[in-house]
Ligand binder design. Structure first.
Ligand code: CMP
Length: 147
């Protein structure tokens, strides 16, 4: 089932700076339930694969270098209309354009180090979630495997 799930990563510099806890608190305060979560480090090839859709963009090399530079926190989140609701919570990709009260307004340093990633569609949420998590790592509110 899609529609109620999205995928996020807290990005390297933000994890290194110790902001993962504050960001997870904002995510949960906004009504998202954590279905799956892990801290891990992407290899260069994994970052290339995750961001393959941006392969032709001029910032692709910089994006891959940055995303494989230090650990990230990956999570699947559940809420009604999760993709759109989460994109509202994180704010614009460019932190200079992010609204007050959003995660990027508070924690992003630049368009590259912009604190968090959020899926842009239900289809990509499913693809991105599967990049990091097996079915057996995803849990419903009562602890049963889900999605
Ligand atoms: P994210 O939501 O992870 O999806 C793709 C990422 O590419 C985006 O966040 C930005 O961090 C990055 N990005 C987008 N545009 C630029 C840009 N012009 N320069 C550098 N990085 C960018």
């Amino acid at each position: 089932m899609t529609g109620n799930y999205t995928f996020t990563m807290i990005k390297p510099e933000t994890v290194i700076d110790g902001h993962a806890g504050a960001i997870l608190e904002m995510i949960q305060a906004a009504g998202f339930r954590i279905v799956a979560m892990k801290m891990t480090k992407l290899g260069k090839r994994e970052a290339e694969m995750f961001y393959e859709v941006h392969k032709e963009r001029p910032f692709y090399g910089e994006l891959v270098e940055f995303m494989s530079s230090a650990p990230i926190v990956a999570a699947i989140l559940e809420k009604e209309n999760a993709v759109e609701s989460f994109r509202n919570l994180i704010g614009a990709t460019d932190p200079a354009k992010a609204a007050e009260g959003t995660i990027r307004k508070r924690f992003a340093k630049s368009i590259s180090s912009n604190a968090v990633h959020g899926s842009d569609s239900d289809e990509n949420a499913a693809i991105e979630a599967s990049f990091f998590f097996a079915r057996t790592e995803r849990y419903t509110a009562n602890g049963e495997a889900c999605w």
